[in-house]
Design a protein around this ligand. Structure first.
Ligand SMILES: Nc1ncnc2c1ncn2[C@@H]1O[C@H](COP(=O)(O)OP(=O)(O)OP(=O)(O)O)[C@@H](O)[C@H]1O
Ligand SMILES: [Mg+2]
Length: 153
């Protein structure tokens, strides 16, 4: 587990980009945080680090947007998911167990449908308006590896 305080939007963007550059095929990033905490903002930076040139927007009418950067990147937002069957219809397992990178806003809402080994990222507001506190936690080697590579503890 690791925790980092990001002072302002720029630091958050740098962090996201660094994280994105470290992600590998099959990684699953579950983003946890209140409305407006910065999940989409962070996703945009992660996407940049993954070499995505398209403008990333949160999927609203669909559950998932697909992008191609260094790898395929699947950006989910399950905030409006009111029926787990919607996920089934999507064939979500094929995304989560693919060679792409999955990023899931509100991942905690579908926690039990996500693989155990994943990278949970909690983002919360900090002291100053634009500060964010990011906590990374989860199970598996990839998490440990990333925490080391990101140099946070
Ligand atoms: N350090 C920061 N990190 C992230 N966002 C920040 C930061 N500082 C300010 N912001 C602003 O906070 C807002 C975060 O909105 P964003 O849509 O990313 O949140 P969200 O968690 O995805 O919300 P939602 O739950 O509605 O999807 C943006 O307007 C962004 O510019
Ligand atoms: Mg969002």
């Amino acid at each position: 587990m690791g925790k980092i305080i990001l002072k302002g939007l720029e630091e958050t963007e740098e962090f996201g980009e660094k994280l994105g550059s470290l992600l590998k095929p099959g990684d699953i990033v579950s983003l946890i945080g209140d409305l407006g905490a910065g999940k989409t903002t962070l996703t945009k930076s992660i996407g940049k680090g993954l070499g995505i040139e398209d403008y990333i927007t949160s999927p609203t009418f669909t559950l998932v947007n697909e992008y191609k950067g260094k790898y395929w990147v699947y950006h989910f937002d399950v905030y409006r998911l009111d029926n787990i069957e919607e996920l089934d219809d999507l064939g979500f397992d094929e995304y989560f167990y693919s060679n792409g990178v999955s990023i899931i806003e509100w991942g905690d809402r579908i926690e039990k449908f996500l693989p155990k080994e994943k990278i949970n990222i909690q983002i919360e507001k900090g002291k100053e308006l634009d500060d964010r506190i990011v906590t990374i936690f989860g199970e598996g080697n990839r998490l440990e590896e990333l925490v080391k590579e990101l140099n946070i503890n």
